[in-house]
Design a protein around this ligand. Structure first.
Ligand code: PLP
Length: 379
């Protein structure tokens, strides 16, 4: 089956016999047993629920894994993955990470005895140079948030195999529609399902997908024990969102390409970071490992004043955190997603008071560009 068919028919299990075309929301915390020691396959919703299982089966198919788990949020998924490690273990991660992952690593995982080194994972020799005897995993985001650095997943997977490390890839920005890290050699894929997979800025969700039975079993144990499971209703919203994933992302990408090209021609725009621009540093690698560039653009304006004018002047575009939904959102990474990162570290990465990030939605590109033109002028 083709990807877009799997988005709709990826789960073949049937949970009722009414013929319902949309999977029911099984809003039940617990399930009655038919007899002593017997189960319908469902016992208690923290462990599994039919609506959530439907969703997990779809995600598993889309990423090409042996198991997918649906969490309450993306951070819950990443936290569960961190439970695979023990005090004394060392992890190497991208230095341009989602702010929440940075906060988790530095304020919780480190307290639990896990050590981290952050590096630009697109520089393979730097990455390999940081591997120590106690290194257990590589944690990569590609493209990164918000600087859009691209890491060669297959090349990093080779390094991971050579040193027997787990390769964990946060695939939130491109989703399996454009990029499938497991097929490139990754061991664990993570998603914030809140973003493109849900796609409507109306719910939070997270996923882990793995292609190894043993890791799957360990994650399932952590999941049922710690309990950050996705509710039946939110599972249903995700199921509905995923049905239109390909058409939404195609439109978002088409809009993003138009906007990125337009931004490049504007006098007050001093830099445009979009993976789909041939001038982008990671363009060639991205072409090789992904089938699309997505809908995320970061750009730098000439002054803090222009940045503020844009953020306060937009109306169709909304000044709000998050990304991947049908509504176009603009964020100020310095104050929002990356507000907790030490200033020096943040500035060194280019996340300064002139950097803005745009998550392009499915509105008309013409309307979005007209609005950007107006607010860039300061009107
Ligand atoms: C949003 C996001 C997360 C965290 O997901 P939540 O659903 O907000 O908990 C993790 N990684 C990336 C790349 C994200 O954009």
């Amino acid at each position: 089956m083709d990807f877009s068919t799997l988005c709709i028919h990826g789960n073949i299990e049937k949970y009722d016999n009414t013929g319902a075309v949309s999977v029911p929301i099984f809003q039940s915390a617990t399930f009655a047993h038919p007899g002593v020691g017997e189960s319908t396959g469902f016992d208690y919703t923290r462990q599994q629920n039919p609506t959530r299982e439907h969703l997990e089966n779809v995600i598993k198919k889309l990423e090409g894994g042996v198991d997918a788990i649906a969490f309450a949020t993306g951070m819950a998924a990443i936290s569960a993955v961190m439970e695979l490690f023990s005090p004394g273990d060392h992890i190497i991660a991208s230095d341009d990470l989602y702010g929440g992952s940075h906060r988790l690593f530095h304020h919780i995982s480190m307290k639990n005895g896990i050590g981290f080194d952050l590096v630009n994972t697109s520089e393979l020799s730097l990455l390999e140079g940081l591997i120590r005897p106690n290194t257990k995993a590589l944690f990569v985001e590609t493209p990164t948030n918000p600087m859009m650095q691209v890491t060669d997943i297959a090349a990093v997977a080779e390094i991971a195999k050579k040193h027997q490390l787990l390769l964990i890839v946060d695939n939130t920005f491109l989703t399996p529609y454009y990029q499938q890290p497991l097929k490139l050699g990754a061991d664990i894929v993570i998603h914030s399902g809140t973003k493109y997979l849900g796609g409507h800025n109306d719910t939070l969700a997270g996923f882990t997908v793995v292609n190894d039975e043993e890791i799957a079993e360990r994650l399932r144990f952590i999941y049922k024990t710690t309990g950050a499971c996705l509710s039946p209703f939110d599972s249903w919203l995700l199921i509905r969102g995923i049905k239109t994933l390909p058409i939404r992302m195609d439109k978002q990408q088409e809009n993003a390409e138009k906007i990125a090209n337009w931004l490049c021609e504007q006098e007050k725009i001093t830099a445009v970071h979009y993976v789909g621009l041939p001038t982008h540093e990671g363009y060639e690698i991205s072409k090789r490992q992904a089938t699309g560039s997505g809908g995320m653009i970061s750009f730098e304006v000439d002054s803090e004043e222009t940045a503020k004018h844009i953020l306060e002047g937009v109306s169709i575009i909304q000044y709000a955190e998050s990304l991947g939904g049908v509504e176009t959102l603009i964020t100020y990474p310095m104050l929002q997603t990356h507000g907790d990162i030490p200033e020096e570290e943040r500035e060194a990465k280019g996340i300064n008071n002139r950097l803005l990030r745009l998550s392009v939605g499915i509105e008309s590109a013409q309307d979005l560009i007209a609005e950007l033109a107006r607010v860039i002028k300061g009107e």
